[in-house]
Design a protein. Structure first.
Length: 330
């Protein structure tokens, strides 16, 4: 029997502490193949014979895949899976089962599948795989670009791939011009867009240093993302302190509405609902026409619903406790 490690519940737990930064627009201007991905139909009572499942042209040998990636200048997509993992089945029939997604993967990546159904592969041990499914992206030179833990629907997985496939070029551009402001900023933003704040930090710091007076609008953007970096380690208290310092230091910056919104979001994720509500109300009051204010409106509605639910639960609990109190004797 194979040793089953963290499945869907582990994936949810691993993601529970994360806060997603706003996604960037799709690059390249081409339509998303995920938009036309066909849904997986429920099995009929008397199913007809199924057509062969569409899948990428999976490679099976790691070293051969690396050589092919280097020769074609395409990243490697490594899919770690197991038959006993239901989330892997979702990926097989979803993100890896759509004709358009398969075409996209074949165009931009070298796909390699690692099956750990019967036993843990040497490649899984090498990369310390503990969650199924896991997808690793490697550069054409074999450097780790990004890790995706758990299943993703086609739309989300496509967005991730669009960002990842840009990384090798951005990395090479920064290596070629390590003191170029835009090369550092672009690479830092690309890592941040994938929620890799720790990897983004040195490039964002360098971009900020190269725009000391914010004449090019890079310093305030970079400093805001740097303020969020401790969140990758779960240090929300430090993030909140950083954001307060940022809003004082960059008063008047066009990034202030985003800083306010992120502060409210961190408080919300920490369960500090009343404080979060006040922060979102500040955004409404000070920046009523800003795009982030619409999200603040929705956040306030969600907070109010949670606070009402808390009050209902509190009232119910108090009522139950009163019913359980013993009647006085005599």
């Amino acid at each position: 029997m194979p040793r089953r490690r963290i499945g869907l519940l582990g994936f949810v737990a691993a993601c529970a502490l994360a806060i997603s930064l706003p996604n960037g627009a799709l690059r390249g201007g081409e339509a998303s193949p995920a938009e036309e991905a066909e849904p997986v139909e429920a099995e009929a009572t008397e199913p007809e014979p199924e057509a062969p499942q569409i899948q990428p042209d999976w490679r099976s040998d790691f070293e051969s895949a690396l050589k092919e990636a280097a020769a074609s200048d395409r990243p490697v997509l490594i899919y770690f899976r197991a038959d006993w993992s239901q989330p892997c089945d979702w990926m097989d029939h979803g993100s890896f089962g759509s004709k358009k997604m398969v075409t996209y993967i074949s165009r931009y990546f070298i796909p390699l599948r690692v099956d750990d159904t019967e036993e843990t592969s040497s490649l899984s041990r090498r990369y310390e795989i503990r969650i199924y499914p896991t997808v690793l992206f490697l550069s054409p030179a074999g450097e780790l670009l990004h890790i995706v833990l758990g299943p993703r629907v086609p739309r989300e997985f496509y967005d991730i791939m669009e960002k990842v496939r840009m990384l090798p070029g951005l990395i090479q551009a920064q290596k070629a011009s390590p003191d170029d402001r835009e090369a550092n900023f672009s690479l830092g933003m690309a890592f941040a867009d994938l929620n890799q704040l720790r990897r983004a930090a040195p490039f964002l710091k360098r971009a900020a240093e190269l725009d000391p007076e914010n004449k090019h609008g890079r310093r305030d953007k970079a400093e805001l993302l740097l303020a969020m970096a401790p969140l990758e380690d779960g240090d929300s208290a430090r993030v909140l302190a950083n954001l307060d310092a940022y809003m004082t230091r960059f008063e008047g910056s066009a990034e202030i509405p985003m800083a306010i919104y992120w502060k409210g979001t961190v408080l919300y994720r920490d369960g500090r609902l009343e404080e979060a509500r006040k922060v979102f109300e500040r955004l409404q009051k000070e920046f009523p026409t800003h795009a982030m204010t619409y999200k603040a409106d929705k956040a306030i509605a969600a907070i109010d619903a949670l606070l009402r639910a808390r009050e209902v639960e509190k009232t119910r609990t108090e009522g139950d406790n009163q019913e359980k109190e013993p009647e006085p004797k005599g």
